[in-house]
Design a protein around this ligand. Structure first.
Ligand SMILES: Cc1cc2nc3c(=O)[nH]c(=O)nc-3n(C[C@H](O)[C@H](O)[C@H](O)COP(=O)(O)O)c2cc1C
Length: 180
């Protein structure tokens, strides 16, 4: 399996990092400029350490990258965490960065796309943008954990969100205790 993972500049960079650590298969990573700045602020990882978790890394300005083309095949794309600024771009079809171009391609090619959005509270603009994408088949997965698996640590809470994300792209994991 081949996955595209995009990390944008929302709080919750650790969700993207955990996904990279847990995904089995080929991982193609692209991070926005703000994501690169937030990673060392919010986590114990450097940007270089995060890049080393992927099989291939592109800069957000690399418009000639494979994932900018609909002819390049992969199984699913996840934007995690996803800012509302990026959601707005995606909803309007703006494709002026590698991440927004890859998402635009993913939508036009009817590929599996999950946006792990992190913002609260949300304005009507944000909700309308998310609704527009959801109606196109994009999964809007708020970084919003359930507490029925009884998380004991912050790591457990992160893993619940990442596990729900992996469920959406059909990736095997053992990140949280399912409801029986
Ligand atoms: C520390 C920090 C935390 C942020 N957290 C969020 C957030 O949780 N959600 C969000 O939508 N934007 C957040 N932002 C704002 C975005 O980073 C900003 O809109 C940026 O332009 C998004 O660009 P990108 O989507 O290309 O990464 C945050 C910014 C900073 C500096």
């Amino acid at each position: 399996m081949r996955y595209v993972v995009a990390i944008t500049g929302a709080s919750g960079a650790i969700y993207g990092i955990r996904l990279l650590q847990e995904l089995k298969g080929e991982r193609i990573l692209v991070m926005s400029e703000t994501a690169r700045a937030i990673i060392p602020v919010e986590t114990d990882y450097t940007v270089e350490e995060v890049e080393a978790m992927a099989d291939q890394v592109f800069d957000d300005g690399q418009m000639f990258a494979s994932i900018a083309s609909g002819s390049f095949r992969y199984d699913a794309m996840v934007v995690v965490p996803c800012t509302e600024s990026s959601v707005a771009k995606f909803a309007c079809g703006i494709a002026d960065t590698l991440i927004s171009r890859a998402v635009s391609v993913c939508i036009k090619e009817n590929r599996r796309l999950v946006l792990v959005v992190r913002e609260t509270p949300k304005s009507a603009i944000m909700l309308e943008n998310e609704l527009k994408l959801a109606r196109l088949g994009v999964t809007i997965l708020d970084a919003n954990p359930g507490f029925y698996p009884r998380p004991q640590t912050v790591d457990d809470i992160v893993d619940i969100v990442v596990g729900r994300c992996m469920d959406q792209i059909g990736a095997e994991h053992d990140l949280y205790r399912r409801w029986e």
